[in-house]
Write a protein that binds this ligand. Structure first.
Ligand code: ATP
Length: 918
């Protein structure tokens, strides 16, 4: 084989640019292959060798924001700027201690934000890696699905509809291939492709025999040889970089950012007003007053909140990824928690997509097929009588193995299928029926094909043997296939008129057993026919029979569907399969009851007007023989009724419905790249239970965001009202500006952070979804913020007054106020942790390890604050005695008790059970 060097020119024939050799598109396939040193598929060693010299097939990622940029972003925070200004002025006034503490706060806050943003980015980067694209490549030992990164020039790549082209390819076989090349040429119409050599002068958009990396296959199938990879590809040369725009920006974060900004501005204005008014009547010296205003400013701004919300979302994204649901668009984390309807495919999502043919009907006989899995051990035997397969049954098995793109990896244990599992099952059937069918492909080479399309539900191939016989073999949905047949094959292999009624009964019987049914047909073609089009298939087919596939439901799905019912989420099955099969599987899964148990077909949906459709979409839970357009109509109809819809999909035609759904869910295993790109969540295991897990995580994230807000805002509220009250009443400040900075650090950095890690509350899937329009600052949270702010205010003044009465010492009284405030925060943290439950639970009291760790940290910090002479000097604090400590803890306990009482009264008065949230 020709050597491959890292020199890019080795794979780019000059000429297109006016140099000597012709471009890839000008050359014949044989020429291209010989120049690439790859007359046939590469072997594994050769591809590994090439990979070493040319490097991986990927574009360098756009620089992730470096640490400096990230640091810069932290300093854009309005609060930090206000603090810096305050530090500047205190320095001018000569309050050096204050300046130092304020600067220390700025540093800590910046550092925390910096580290958290880093963690969030890390979370995103790690899930991105999970979504790296794959490519189907033909190597000397057969077909493999490999990471697209590993492709090398000379590799043979197979394409099908919905794929993103993984490298620049010179096409060598195409079947109805159309590519969307808008990403390269801006041309939005899909382009037909061919294998013929093109003129040297052809511009990129006219190079009809090339498939360029990054473009999308809209229809058809193809095989091509890789000519360029990585940055050498056309797209690599244009952009050079893979741009990723994902950030953790969600509507909710944007809303909170705005909220924080307005709050900051209002607070600064109020601060200035108080400063001006205070110089008139408070009798405080200007610099003392200024320090009071600084205190007020830092007291009121929830500086740690944005960082906590970001990390809560990032943790949610990580947890979802651990449960096999990878979030592609960040805003969906919020929507997931509000999902009220999940529309799911059947095959592979609700069922295992591990197919076995268990029954056949051919030549008037029904057969039972023994064996399990993809191991070709088993037999085909008649249900009545014990003779073997008839001519008709063998012909069906032949059709099944020829009209087939799957490959069985018989050497592996367990035997694996590369390609469609249903087609894998047909390969197994052929081996069970007749061992000699193992090399049917070689004896009946394929001349042309009509690839499977969910729109018309069949697939056909044109095969010929060495005697010159040419035959169309076709398989597809029974009603589709029967409509094309005029005759059927009798047991002895002779054609007789088609008995449609009898076949329909056979199909219904199989479907009623929950089997997926496929029909097979053939048509002899004139000698010398080399191409196949839909018109050739026509009406003259000969029906060979039907096969029934067992695709067992995933056992864990039954539980997940029950969980959805409890959580007020409707589950709907929307499948391309037969109504009988869909109904039988739905029944085993416990899907749909009463009205919902009805099975509606795509044809019935077509007849329904918009109004009727709305009712059907709401009431029916099983939809069969649907096409991708039906999915789109159903999503629209459900959304019009204010449902929040999650919709699954796998094919390229599902993209519009996936985009339209509130949560588009693509299948990571069997889904096309087009479906993945249109969706906001990708399931790594195609399993329905992962959607439910993601919804649970979505609800948890939302709940934790509520908790963080409900925890942080009253701290700021209580502090700022205390200061305003003191200033307006002309009292000494119960807490100084520096002490407020201290409390806020302890509160937001140590305590509130634990809320991001809170596990779901036990009843989280036992209540209806929240309304889509619900704001985080809705009634209950606002009420709690106000109530707790007032409790904190009372606690601060009570501690201060108690301290003054006891010692007459301002420093002692202030330390009392600070310790009491922190104690109240700690107890309030426990109350917030079961915000959505009716009452405190043992779990709430004991806390998670991280809460207990935070608690220990707070105790140590407060001890330093109270007793360490250095801190006494810096913060103006003073040691307290046992009575003082008891007072603080008692205040905390009182807050907790009062909140318990409030919860009790609320549930009694409103009688709404667990919570008063919606
Ligand atoms: P779901 O929508 O739940 O994934 P599905 O896999 O049955 O169900 P489609 O893939 O749209 O949906 O298939 C629809 C129908 O087309 C199938 O029921 C089957 O009759 C037929 N079919 C599917 N795959 C093939 C294939 N490879 N060759 C021929 N016919 C097929």
């Amino acid at each position: 084989m020709a050597p491959v060097t890292s020199d890019s020119s080795a794979h780019r024939p000059p000429g297109a640019n006016g140099l000597t050799a012709p471009g890839w598109h000008e050359a014949s396939v044989a020429d291209v292959r010989s120049r690439l040193g790859a007359p046939g598929p590469l072997d594994v060693d050769e591809s590994a060798r090439r990979l070493k010299t040319v490097g991986p097939n990927r574009l360098p990622e756009a620089n992730r924001s470096g640490p400096l940029a990230r640091l810069g972003r932290q300093l854009k925070n309005l609060l930090l700027l206000i603090l810096l200004a305050a530090a500047g002025i205190t320095a001018l006034l000569g309050h050096w201690v204050d300046t130092t503490v304020i600067l220390a706060v700025v540093v800590i806050q910046t550092l925390v934000g910096f580290l958290q943003e880093g963690k969030a980015e890390e979370a995103l980067a790690s899930i991105r890696h999970m979504l790296a694209p794959n490519a189907v490549v033909l190597r000397q030992d057969g077909r493999h699905t490999i990471p697209a990164e590993l492709l090398v020039p000379g590799d043979t790549v197979l394409l099908e509809s919905g794929d993103r082209v993984p490298a620049d390819l010179r096409l060598e076989k195409v079947h109805g291939l159309q590519l969307d090349e808008a990403i390269l040429t801006g041309e939005s119409m899909a382009v037909d492709k061919t294998v013929d050599a093109q003129p040297g002068s052809a511009a990129l958009g006219d190079q009809r025999n090339m498939a360029f990396s990054g473009t999308m296959v809209t229809t058809g199938t193809a095989q091509g040889v890789v000519v360029r990879t990585g940055t050498e590809t056309e797209i690599g040369r244009i952009s050079g970089l893979l741009r990723r725009t994902d950030t953790l920006k969600t509507p909710l974060l944007a809303q909170m950012d705005r909220f924080a900004r307005y709050l900051s501005i209002i607070i600064v204005v109020v601060g200035i007003l108080i400063f001006v008014a205070g110089t008139w009547f408070s009798g405080l010296a200007a610099d003392e007053l200024f320090m009071a205003v600084v205190g007020l400013t830092v007291a009121a701004i929830p500086e740690g909140l944005p960082a906590i919300l970001t990390i809560t979302l990032a943790i949610g994204v990580r947890r979802m990824a651990m449960r096999s649901a990878v979030v592609r668009r960040m805003p969906v984390i919020e929507t997931l928690g509000a999902v009220s309807v999940i529309c799911s495919d059947k095959t592979g999502t609700l069922t295992r997509n591990e197919m076995t043919v268990t029954a056949l009907v051919a030549g008037g006989e029904r057969y039972r097929i023994s064996g399990s899995g993809y191991l070709p051990d088993g037999s085909v035997s008649r249900e009545r009588g014990d003779e073997g397969a008839t001519e008709a049954a063998l012909e069906l098995a032949l059709a099944g193995t020829l009209c087939n793109d799957a490959e069985l990896k018989l050497g592996e244990d367990p035997v694996r299928v590369v390609g469609d599992p249903m087609e894998g099952a047909l390969k197994v059937l052929a081996l069970k029926a007749d061992n000699t069918l193992a090399d049917a492909h070689a004896r009946w080479p394929r001349l042309d094909e009509i690839p499977f399309d969910a729109e018309y539900r069949f697939m056909a191939t044109l095969n010929h043997d060495h005697h010159g016989h040419t035959m169309v073999y076709l398989k597809g949905a029974p009603e589709r296939v029967m409509a094309m047949c005029a005759t059927e094959l009798a047991a002895d292999g002779s054609p007789i008129p088609l008995d449609e009624v009898a076949w329909q009964q056979a199909v219904d019987a199989m479907a009623g057993e929950g089997l997926r049914v496929l029909a097979f047909a053939r048509r002899p073609m004139p000698r010398g026919t080399t191409s196949l089009s839909i018109d050739d298939v026509g009406q003259e087919l000969e029906l060979l029979g039907i096969a029934g596939f067992m695709d067992p439901p995933r056992p864990e799905v039954i539980q997940a569907i029950a969980e959805c019912r409890q959580a007020g989420i409707r589950v709907k099955m929307i499948t391309g399969d037969h109504a009988g099969t869909a109904g039988a599987i739905a029944a085993t899964l416990g899907l749909g009851a009463g009205q919902g148990a009805r099975v509606l077909t795509g044809a019935e949906l077509d007849q329904a007007g918009d109004e009727a459709l709305a009712g059907l979409a709401r009431d029916v839970d099983v939809f069969a023989r649907t096409s991708p357009e039906h999915k789109l109509r159903l999503v629209r109809a459900l959304q019009a009724q204010h449902e929040v819809v999650a919709m699954t999909g796998d094919g390229v035609n599902d993209a519009p419905a996936l985009k339209r759904a509130d949560v588009g869910v693509a299948m990571g295993v069997k889904g096309s790249e087009a479906a993945r790109e249109a969706s906001s969540v990708v399931l790594l295991d195609d399993n329905f239970t992962s959607i439910v897990a993601a919804v649970r995580e979505g609800r948890t994230v939302y709940q934790n965001l509520r908790k963080a807000i409900a925890f942080m805002l009253p701290i700021n509220g209580g502090e700022s009202i205390s200061l305003v009250a003191a200033l307006l009443l002309g009292l000494t400040l119960p807490i100084t500006a520096l002490q407020i900075l201290w409390v806020n650090m302890v509160g937001s950095v140590v305590l509130a952070m634990t809320l991001a890690f809170e596990p779901p509350e036990p009843g989280i899937m036992a209540r209806p979804p929240r309304p889509r329009s619900e704001s985080l600052l809705e009634g209950f949270v606002l009420w709690r913020v106000v109530l707790v702010s007032l409790l904190f205010l009372t606690g601060i003044f009570a501690a201060w007054a108690w301290g003054m009465a006891r010692s007459g010492d301002t420093e002692f009284a202030r330390t009392m106020a600070v310790n009491t405030l922190v104690a109240m925060e700690v107890f309030y943290l426990f109350a917030v942790r079961y915000l959505d439950s009716a009452s405190m639970t043992l779990r709430g009291v004991l806390g998670t390890p991280i809460v207990l760790g935070a608690l220990a940290a707070v105790v140590v910090l407060q001890a330093l604050f109270t007793w360490l002479p250095l801190f006494n000097a810096i913060f103006g604090s003073a040691p307290v005695d046992l009575a003082g400590l008891t007072f603080s803890v008692a205040a905390g306990v009182t807050v907790l008790m009062l909140l318990e009482l409030e919860t009790w009264l609320r549930t009694r008065l409103i009688g709404s059970g667990s919570r008063l949230l919606h």
